[in-house]
Design a protein around this ligand. Structure first.
Ligand SMILES: [Zn+2]
Ligand SMILES: [Zn+2]
Ligand SMILES: [Zn+2]
Length: 420
């Protein structure tokens, strides 16, 4: 069966998250969107772990569901840990996803971490030991753990980040690198950018929403065709089996907060080529620019933009349906008008992913207004205009609405700008 899975969200116990980030709401929104497996988020947090134990029961090996039976979505135990430490004379700040198959393992992991620092103040706790030590702790708890460096290209808090990362997996994990089977590409990069780095050919690229509110879950996700168990999913990821791991669902990377270089407060946004011409300095405040994902990929890449390795798992770009409606109607996604139309389309057409990924143009016209149907098809064909995000500012995607500053994505601006 086709399984859509999102392995990275945060609960209400993390900072700056919606109070609705609890498993009943997560499962309800997963059902609406057509997500079959949704991350619990934050499972090491003692308060949240208590909730998980009360509300969930095991459904299939390593996967849980609500005891109340009101929802179908499966919950997978997943959390994100922040490690800030000195290594080889540099401060490193790394975020890592940790997945485990059972609540018993989650409890063990939580206990070990609570001896090393404060696990209750934030759902995404910070520790002073290394990312490599975190890997050892997770695998000491269970050999079935999955340890996955998170949003690997973002400038802060990532393994390849320009501010406090490394230049390779080996530099970070040494001989334990062999346990790193997958990395999360993050919202500001997509697999095609990572395909340029030959050192990642044996690593599986996964994509998750990192959502802080229920409506944002699934904005990136992974699509499998395998048995519905933790262990089959883990195997599909680790063996990079193209028959079992079908494709990833991607944000347009330009929409991510750290695609381009720049300074948000100075209003400066550059393609890496422009930054290099200015010695990576801001012309307004003269301080170093925040170098985004595109820049960092360019530094570590050893292949041209259009290179596709044989082992690559395909990718599909999507825009969330509420944003598509918002663009077509020229109204904010959070407006009552957009949300009412979203609910109406779902009532007629099934899940959001069914609409975004599967329905034909004719089917779409039967369940929604022709203008929305056309917009869904344009997104599928990647006929959109973009203004890239930079230094913490989300990028903007336009389907109908145009802007002087936006560029037509179908011309593949990234490639053109680099292949001088
Ligand atoms: Zn993170
Ligand atoms: Zn996160
Ligand atoms: Zn500046």
């Amino acid at each position: 069966m086709r399984i859509i899975a999102d392995f990275h969200v945060h609960s209400k116990y993390s900072r700056a998250t919606s109070k609705d980030m609890t498993t009943p709401h997560l499962a309800k929104w997963a059902d609406k969107k057509g997500i079959n497996i949704i991350a619990s988020g934050d499972f090491q947090h003692p308060g949240y772990l208590g909730e998980l134990k009360n509300k969930l029961k095991e459904a299939e090996p390593g996967l849980y569901r609500s005891k109340d039976g009101k929802t179908d979505a499966r919950i997978i135990l997943s959390t994100e840990i922040s490690n800030i430490y000195k290594h080889d004379g540099k401060v490193r700040k790394i975020h890592t996803l940790v997945l485990m198959p059972t609540l018993k393992d989650a409890l063990k992991f939580s206990k070990v971490l609570s001896e090393k620092g404060n696990t209750s103040s934030d759902g995404r706790p910070i520790f002073g030991f290394s990312a490599r030590d975190l890997l050892k702790i997770a695998f000491d708890v269970t050999a079935d753990a999955m340890v996955i460096p998170a949003h690997v290209w973002t400038p802060w808090f990532s393994i390849f980040g320009s501010k406090s990362g490394y230049n390779s997996i080996e530099e970070c994990y040494g001989e334990d690198s062999k346990y790193i089977k997958a990395i999360e590409t993050g919202l500001s990069s997509d697999p095609s950018a990572n395909w340029r780095v030959s050192a990642l050919d044996n690593i599986t690229l996964i994509s998750n929403s990192d959502a802080h509110s229920p409506r944002k879950i699934g904005r990136e996700a992974n699509v499998f065709d395998c048995n519905m168990t933790y262990y089959d999913i883990k195997k599909a990821i680790e063996t990079k089996d193209k028959k079992k791991f079908l494709y990833t669902i991607e944000f347009f990377p330009e929409e991510g907060k750290y695609h381009y270089d720049g300074h948000r407060l100075c209003g400066v946004s550059y393609h890496p080529r422009e930054s290099l011409a200015k010695n990576n300095r801001c012309p307004v405040c003269f301080k170093p620019l925040t170098l985004g994902v595109l820049h960092r990929v360019e530094e570590l890449a050893d292949r041209p933009w259009d290179f596709v390795p044989d082992s690559a798992i395909p990718q599909r770009h999507v825009i969330q349906l509420e944003e598509i409606i918002s663009d077509a109607r020229d109204t904010a996604p959070s407006s009552k008008k957009v949300q009412a139309e979203y609910e109406m389309i779902l009532a007629r057409g099934g899940t959001e992913f069914g609409i975004l990924l599967d329905k034909s143009g004719d089917e779409l016209k039967q369940i929604c207004d022709p203008r929305i149907a056309e917009a869904v098809m344009r997104v599928r064909n990647e006929e959109v205009n973009v203004i890239p995000g930079y230094d913490g500012e989300f990028g903007k995607i336009f389907i109908y609405r145009d802007s002087e500053k936006s560029a037509n994505r179908t011309k593949n601006m990234q490639m053109e700008m680099f292949d001088k």
